[in-house]
Design a protein around this ligand. Structure first.
Ligand SMILES: NC(=O)c1ccc[n+]([C@@H]2O[C@H](COP(=O)([O-])OP(=O)(O)OC[C@H]3O[C@@H](n4cnc5c(N)ncnc54)[C@H](O)[C@@H]3O)[C@@H](O)[C@H]2O)c1
Ligand SMILES: O=P(O)(O)OC[C@H](O)CO
Length: 366
């Protein structure tokens, strides 16, 4: 690969350490190729032996990224022992529902000096846990991070200019990820708000489903702009109630990712929403997609949590009713407009404020 993509800050020490990617989907594959473009030896783990064979022989992932040439330095395997020993950085790109199980299977080949980074934007039902929390729980390691931001995998694979965020309170994790993945078309910004960055990535999927639905229903740009704006307020309100820093939601992993996912027909969550807006059932929409749209599960978890904690989330509540209670999408959109708050910007600075506000206004569940 050409030298002009290489990162001038990379030290030879870093390069001597391999990069491992767990997951053979589109994002995992795109990231593996970037690290290989940057001169790292890269090993990718995936379950499907036929796909392993195709990646190694044709340098192509026909199932998830058929039109993209993978850097031949990426070697795939379905055996952890081929992939993990000797890796300095391990990127985990496995859907949330299988995340813990895969990390558990990989555990015998992981070591505490390794840096573990989740790229997965989802929530685990049991305990409302984010993926980096599962990494911590399963391994007890110190170098844990999260990669998030407006990063449609197909655009990354096409080498479109893209920015991402590595969030960790561990400086080594931030630096190593910047070195392994940063290049002239993939900018890696650092954040130390791991929780806020990770929560933002999971929450925006909910609103992408709503945005896809609005598009299919023929709603105009004014309506979709309102939806995204109210979505940002709703996400931030929820995040603050969970103790996150609202400022993070003004960055790439908050509003940045919200905009791309709510606007692009390349987003899987948007596509599920679009299919629902066209009148398909949830099962039909998910089956037609053939991949994971994390927002379907997230909307259920977030809606339950918001009720439990008294956080006002009318869009998540309405979407839940469309997805799981058979309320027609068009009817829900009208109801949302009627029930919306009358003030525009709310300034919520703390968890206590959110809860006080709902006590004062009577909130939806208050
Ligand atoms: N695709 C994108 O545009 C994109 C961009 C940024 C972040 N992400 C996040 O990254 C995560 C991974 O996304 P992706 O697009 O690479 O892939 P994906 O979500 O489509 O699937 C990832 C891989 O996990 C594998 N998998 C699923 N269940 C498994 C199991 N039980 N055991 C082992 N492997 C299993 C699949 O076979 C596939 O190879 C997602 O959860 C998503 O939130 C995706
Ligand atoms: O395809 P989606 O909807 O999972 O979204 C992909 C990325 O998260 C966009 O940043």
């Amino acid at each position: 690969m050409s030298d002009d993509r290489s990162n001038p800050d990379r030290s030879s020490d870093d390069r001597s350490q391999r990069v491992a990617v767990l997951g053979g989907g589109s994002f995992g594959t795109a990231l593996a190729s970037i690290a290989a473009d940057n001169g790292f030896e890269v090993r990718q783990w995936l379950r499907d032996p036929a796909l392993v064979e195709q990646i190694n022989r044709e340098h192509r992932n026909g199932r998830y990224l058929p039109d993209y040439a993978i850097n031949p330095a990426v070697k795939a395997s379905s055996a952890f022992e081929d992939v993990l020993p000797g890796a300095g950085l391990v990127l985990v790109a496995i859907p949330s529902q299988a995340f813990r199980q895969v990390v558990r299977q990989a555990l015998p080949w992981l070591t505490p000096s390794q840096i573990l980074v989740s790229t997965t934007k989802g929530i685990q039902e049991d305990g409302f846990k984010l993926m980096s929390q599962l990494l911590e729980e399963e391994t007890g390691f110190a170098h844990i991070g999260v990669l998030s931001g407006p990063n449609l995998a197909t655009e990354v694979a096409e080498r479109q200019l893209t920015a991402t965020v590595i969030a960790s309170d561990d400086p080594l994790t931030r630096t190593r990820v910047q070195t392994a993945l940063g290049c002239d078309y993939f900018r890696v910004y650092a954040s130390n708000d791991r929780y806020g960055v990770e929560l933002g990535g999971a929450l925006k999927n909910v609103y992408a489903i709503a945005a896809g639905m609005a598009a299919a229903l023929g709603m105009g740009e004014n309506t979709r702009s309102m939806l995204m704006t109210r979505a940002l307020a709703e996400m931030s309100r929820f995040a603050v109630s969970q103790g996150a820093n609202p400022m993070t939601f003004l960055g790439l992993a908050g509003v940045g990712d919200l905009i791309v996912t709510c606007s692009s027909s390349r987003s899987r969550n948007y596509r599920v929403g679009f299919a629902l807006g066209e009148g398909r059932t949830l099962d039909e929409a998910v089956e037609a997609l053939g991949q994971v749209a994390e927002g379907v599960n997230t909307v259920r978890l977030v809606r339950d949590k918001s009720r439990e904690e008294g956080v006002y989330m009318p869009i998540a509540e309405g979407l839940y009713q469309v997805l799981f209670e058979g309320v027609p999408a068009r009817e829900m959109a009208r109801l949302l407009m009627r029930g919306e708050q009358s003030s525009d910007v709310e300034f919520v600075l703390s968890r206590e404020n959110v809860q006080q506000d709902h006590r004062d206004t009577g909130g939806p569940h208050g």
